[in-house]
Design a protein around this ligand. Structure first.
Ligand SMILES: Cc1cc2nc3c(=O)[nH]c(=O)nc-3n(C[C@H](O)[C@H](O)[C@H](O)COP(=O)(O)O)c2cc1C
Length: 428
């Protein structure tokens, strides 16, 4: 069995699966049950001045038969008194000393407020702190959450204030509702962050009821923007994690969050630079026991690959993530249709004919009609293999390159050299 333990900036955990700060980590009862089920860590539901929540507060996007393809909420931070949360954190840590227990914090951007809350949660034995600069609604209107997280200077300053008082590692949780996440990530690091976590939820409106014309959800006939998460946001989160992981000016461990539902999703985040992952929507959809399958799946995967420790995965795919300008413009793939498995549904032909490069022909053979790609006209866009309903019926095969490897950046460098040479000759 592989070693599943991780160490995120000094916070140790028996496995990389943590519950994210959200409804599943609202109480000691829940976090203790989660630890019993196998979760390696939990980030407590954000602590701060308790608020009053709205009813209703959740909505989901069900897509083509899949329940909860995306999840939307207008919930705020904890609505329980700080003293109650602190007592339960203390009891939970005492019962589960080897699990990672992190307190998520959100206070007004004032130095003494950060000092006070940091001290109070550290006194009850947390292993680390997560500063919530991410919530897009409600708290933002009060100058906290994403309102702080969208201003790099405020992220840096508040991280610094938390660090001034903190004895445990400080993780800064980032909002995706910005243009370039590496800017806020860098400012968190400049403020002294020991790690970053991302992403919090994405600004969203789940839907509008076309019969009542009410927003979904609505509170007494009015709606407000909420935060989107769940499987739909995974590609956005994965890119943001990768962008931070490959930026040398960030350079701190990353806790990956956003749309993670399976052990495979977790592996992807770790390959792209996350030291561990946090999960909210999948636990809310399926319950705490999904972690059993995640642990088994991850163990089997590592054993099959002969990898002794899960930490060996961290960042292995990061060097493969680059800028568009570094991609080889002469590399070519072409589509090949396997006539043995093709069911002649024609989806690829229609997609190619209507919306791509018109290179899939419908031909007549001895056995009837069949589809074939004119490889010389295929641009290797992948669309036919994406719309094909039969796994493996369309293969994207490597074809002879159009020339020696050459990227846009190579091209620009060569042109610049040529221009410099011409200018030199003209000068002579
Ligand atoms: C109902 C709900 C409440 C949440 N509350 C918090 C919170 O109090 N603090 C916080 O940092 N993130 C909060 N989040 C965001 C999650 O921690 C997480 O960042 C986000 O849901 C993305 O992960 P997921 O796709 O696995 O759900 C909340 C999310 C949901 C759905």
């Amino acid at each position: 069995m592989a070693d599943l333990r991780i160490n995120l900036a000094g916070i140790e955990s028996p496995n990389p699966f943590w519950l994210a700060s959200a409804p599943p980590t609202n109480t000691g009862y829940q976090v203790q049950r989660a630890f019993e089920a196998g979760w390696g860590g939990a980030v407590w539901k954000t602590l701060g001045e308790p608020i009053i929540n709205t009813s209703a507060r959740f909505a989901a996007v069900h897509y083509n038969g899949q329940r909860v393809a995306g999840f939307n909420n207008i919930e705020l931070i904890t609505d329980r008194p700080l003293e109650v949360n602190l007592k339960e954190i203390y009891e939970t840590k005492k019962r589960f000393p080897k699990h990672a227990l992190v307190a998520s914090l959100m206070v007004e951007p004032k130095r003494e407020k950060w000092h006070e809350i940091v001290k109070r949660v550290e006194d009850v034995g947390v292993d680390g702190l997560e500063l919530n600069f991410g919530c897009p609604h409600g708290m933002a209107e009060r100058g906290m959450g994403a309102a702080s997280g969208q201003q790099p200077d405020l992220v840096e300053m508040q991280t610094m204030w938390a660090k001034e008082a903190a004895k445990t590692p400080v993780i800064v949780k980032l909002t995706p509702n910005i243009t370039d996440i590496t800017v806020t990530a860098r400012h968190a690091v400049m403020g002294g962050a020991d790690a970053i976590s991302l992403i919090n939820t994405i600004n969203s409106l789940a839907g509008v009821d076309i019969h009542s014309w009410q927003t979904i959800p609505h509170v007494a006939g009015k709606g407000a923007h909420g935060g989107y998460c769940g499987p739909a946001v995974k590609p956005i989160a994965l890119n943001m994690v990768a962008e931070c992981a490959r930026n040398p000016q960030v350079g701190v461990p990353i806790s990956g969050i956003g749309g993670i539902s399976t052990w495979q999703d977790a592996v992807e985040f770790m390959l792209m630079g996350a030291t561990g992952v946090q999960i909210c929507t999948a636990a809310m959809h399926h319950g705490f026991r999904i972690v059993e399958e995640m642990i088994d799946g991850l163990n089997n995967y590592l054993d099959d690959k002969g990898i002794a420790s899960v930490e060996e995965l961290i960042g292995k795919s990061v060097p493969r993530y680059s800028n568009w300008g570094d991609l080889d413009l002469n590399y070519r793939v072409v589509a090949r249709i396997n006539t043995e498995t093709c069911i002649n549904c024609n989806k690829c032909h229609i997609a190619c004919e209507d919306t791509s490069h018109q290179c899939i022909d419908m031909l007549n053979g001895d056995g009837g009609k069949y589809l074939q790609v004119r490889e010389e006209d295929c641009v290797g866009c992948n669309l036919c293999s994406i719309v094909c309903p039969v796994d493996g019926a369309i293969e994207m095969a490597e074809a002879a390159p159009a020339g020696a490897p050459m990227s846009w950046n190579d091209r620009q460098r060569t042109l610049a050299k040529l221009n410099a040479g011409t200018a030199e000759m003209e000068a002579v």
